[in-house]
Design a protein around this ligand. Structure first.
Ligand code: HEC
Ligand code: HEC
Length: 436
C-alpha cells in the first residue's frame, strides 16, 4: 500500500494551505461568514489542544472535552443559528422581526429591509458574540459589557434582577456618562428597540451556553439531547428571569419633606453623617468627602474579579522573598506557568474598578432623585458597590428615610464648598473660596 510518510503529509498540508490561501485570500471576508465565538473564558486552552507529549489519560480527557465542545456547538447552532442567520427559538419569547433587523451584515437585504444594526453600531465594542471583546474593547476603560453572563449594572430593578426593556432603551438613548458607551438618541425608536431585542438575544444565548458548559465540561455530565429537555433545563429558567424583570422594579417610597432650606440642609447633614458612619460605610470606598479615594483595597467587578492575575501577582511577590534558593525557583516557576495559562485563558486582561468620585456630578444611570435612591438602595449589580437598602437578604440595611438623606447628601456634593480647590483640603488652605 502506498503510505504517506509524516514528512510527506506535512508537505501535502503546507501545499494545500498555500493553495487555499491563494484562492481564498482576495475574497476571504466575503466567503467566511462570521461565527459566534465559543465561550472558553477562564479555561486553559491546552485542555482542548492535543500535544505530542500527551499520555493516554490526558488524551482521553481532551477527547472528552472536544466532544463536549462539539455538543455545545451543535445545540447552540440549532437553538440560536449564526450571526448572519439567527434562529429565534419560540420559547425565548423574542421578536424575530426585531432580531432580523439588528442581525446580519450591515445594510439592507435585497427586499430593502433594514439589517445589520448591531454590527454597524455595537459590534466593534461589544463583539459579534456579545462578549464585550470587539476590536475597540482593549483600548477602553471600563470595557464594554460582556452580555453573556446575563448581568447588567445600570437598571431600575432589584439587584439580582434583569433590566427591564425600558432600562435597556434608556441605556441606549442616554449612553453611559463617563464611559465610552455612546448615546444612540438619534436612531429611530424601532431601531433602538431592535437593538435592545438583540442584546437580550445575545445575553440569553450566552447564558444558555454557560449553562451547557457547566453541565458538560465542569460537571462532566452527559446532555439529554431531547430538545424539550434542553429547553426545560437550560433555556426556560433564563427566559423566566427576563420575563419577571418588570415585577422587580424598585419603587422609591415618598421622601421626607425638604421644601424649606432648613429641612433640606438638615437632610443633607443627616446624609453626611450616615455617609461616614458605621451603618452605611460609604466612606470606606468613596472617601470622607466623596472623592472616590477611600481605602486602597483593589476593587474588581464580576467580569474582572474571576481573572486571577492579581492573586498570582501577590503570590509571586511573596515567593520572591523565599530564602531557600531552590525552593524559591520551584515556586516561581510554578507561579509563572500559571500566570502564562491565565493570560492565554482570557480575551482581555483584568481591569481594576475605581469607586466613583461623587463630586463630579456624573452618574452612569441618571441623576434624578429616584435614580440615586435606586442606586444606593440596590448598589451597582456585578460590582463591589453593595446593596445599601434593607430587604429580605439585607435586613439590617438602610431604611428608606436614611437612603433619602444619603440621596440629598450625594446630590449636594458637586455643589458643596468643600469640593472647591483648596477649601478644607489643607494644601491650598487660605486662598479662600472662589465664589459664594
Ligand atoms: C465605543 C464603544 C461602545 C459602543 C460602540 C457601544 N457600547 Fe455599549 N458599552 C460600552 C461600554 C464601555 C460599556 C460599559 C460601561 C460601564 O460598565 O460602566 C457599555 C455597556 C453597555 C450595556 C450594559 C449596561 C448595563 O446596565 O450594564 C449595554 C446593554 C450596551 N452597552 C449596549 C450597547 C448597544 C446595543 C450598542 C450599539 C447600539 C452599544 N452598546 C455600543 C461601550 C460601547
Ligand atoms: C465596597 C466599596 C463601595 C461602598 C462601600 C460604596 N460604594 Fe458606591 N460605588 C463603588 C463603586 C466601585 C462604584 C462604581 C461602580 C461601577 O460603575 O462599576 C460606585 C458607584 C457609586 C455611585 C454612582 C452610581 C452611578 O449611577 O454612576 C453612587 C451614587 C454611589 N456609589 C454611592 C454610594 C453610597 C451613598 C454608599 C454608601 C451607602 C456607597 N456608594 C458605598 C463602591 C462602593
Amino acid at each position: 500500500m502506498n503510505k504517506l510518510s509524516p514528512a510527506g503529509l506535512r508537505t501535502a498540508c503546507v501545499a494545500a494551505a498555500v493553495l487555499c490561501a491563494l484562492v481564498l485570500l482576495p475574497g476571504c471576508s466575503k466567503t467566511e461568514p462570521p461565527q459566534f465565538r465559543l465561550n472558553l473564558q477562564g479555561r486553559n486552552p491546552d485542555d482542548f489542544i492535543f500535544a505530542s507529549g500527551d499520555n493516554e489519560e490526558t488524551r482521553a480527557s481532551k477527547e472528552q472535552n472536544k466532544a463536549s465542545l462539539d455538543t455545545i456547538s451543535t445545540v447552540m447552532y440549532a437553538f440560536f443559528g449564526e450571526p448572519n442567520d439567527p434562529y429565534v427559538l419560540a420559547e425565548t419569547g423574542l421578536d424575530a422581526r426585531k432580531i432580523q433587523m439588528a442581525a446580519g451584515p450591515t445594510g439592507g437585504d435585497p427586499s430593502k429591509h433594514q439589517r445589520g444594526l448591531y454590527r454597524q453600531h455595537c459590534a466593534h465594542c461589544h463583539g459579534i458574540s456579545g462578549d464585550g471583546a470587539g476590536p475597540t474593547s482593549a483600548f477602553l476603560n471600563p470595557y464594554p459589557r460582556d452580555y453573556r453572563q446575563g448581568q447588567f449594572k445600570f437598571k431600575s430593578t432589584e439587584r439580582p434582577a434583569k433590566p427591564t426593556t425600558d432600562d435597556l432603551i434608556r441605556v441606549l438613548k442616554d449612553g453611559i456618562a463617563g464611559t465610552a458607551m455612546p448615546s444612540f438618541l438619534l436612531l429611530p425608536d424601532d431601531e433602538v428597540e431592535a437593538l435592545v431585542e438583540y442584546v437580550k438575544y445575545l445575553s440569553i444565548r450566552g447564558q444558555v451556553e454557560q449553562s451547557l458548559t457547566i453541565t458538560l465540561l465542569d460537571d462532566g455530565n452527559p446532555l439529554d439531547m431531547n430538545p424539550s429537555a434542553i429547553i426545560a433545563e437550560h433555556v426556560a429558567p433564563i427566559v423566566e428571569t427576563w420575563n419577571t424583570a418588570e415585577s422587580a422594579i424598585i419603587d422609591p417610597p415618598d421622601r421626607p419633606p425638604i421644601d424649606t432650606p432648613e429641612l433640606h440642609a438638615e437632610s443633607i447633614a443627616k446624609g453626611a453623617e450616615l455617609f461616614r458612619g458605621q451603618k452605611a460605610q460609604c466612606m470606606k470606598c468613596h472617601g470622607p468627602t466623596g472623592l472616590g479615594d477611600g481605602g486602597d483595597e483593589q476593587l474588581f467587578d464580576d467580569w474582572n474579579k474571576v481573572k486571577k492575575f492579581a492573586d498570582l501577582a501577590k503570590q509571586i511577590a511573596a515567593a520572591e522573598d523565599i530564602t531557600d534558593r531552590a525552593e524559591r525557583r520551584t515556586q516561581l516557576k510554578q507561579l509563572y506557568d500559571r500566570l502564562e495559562i491565565e493570560k492565554r485563558s482570557w480575551l482581555l486582561p483584568p481591569q481594576q474598578l475605581q469607586p466613583r468620585n461623587l463630586r463630579l456630578g456624573v452618574y452612569r444611570f441618571g441623576r434624578r432623585p429616584a435614580d440615586l435612591f435606586r442606586r444606593i438602595y440596590a448598589g451597582v449589580n456585578g460590582t463591589p458597590m453593595p446593596q445599601g437598602g434593607a430587604n429580605a437578604s439585607n435586613p439590617s440595611g438602610l431604611t428608606s428615610e436614611e437612603i433619602w438623606h444619603l440621596v440629598d447628601y450625594v446630590a449636594s456634593l458637586p455643589y458643596d464648598k468643600v469640593s472647591e480647590p483648596g477649601v478644607g483640603r489643607g494644601h491650598l488652605a487660605g486662598i479662600g473660596q472662589w465664589h459664594e
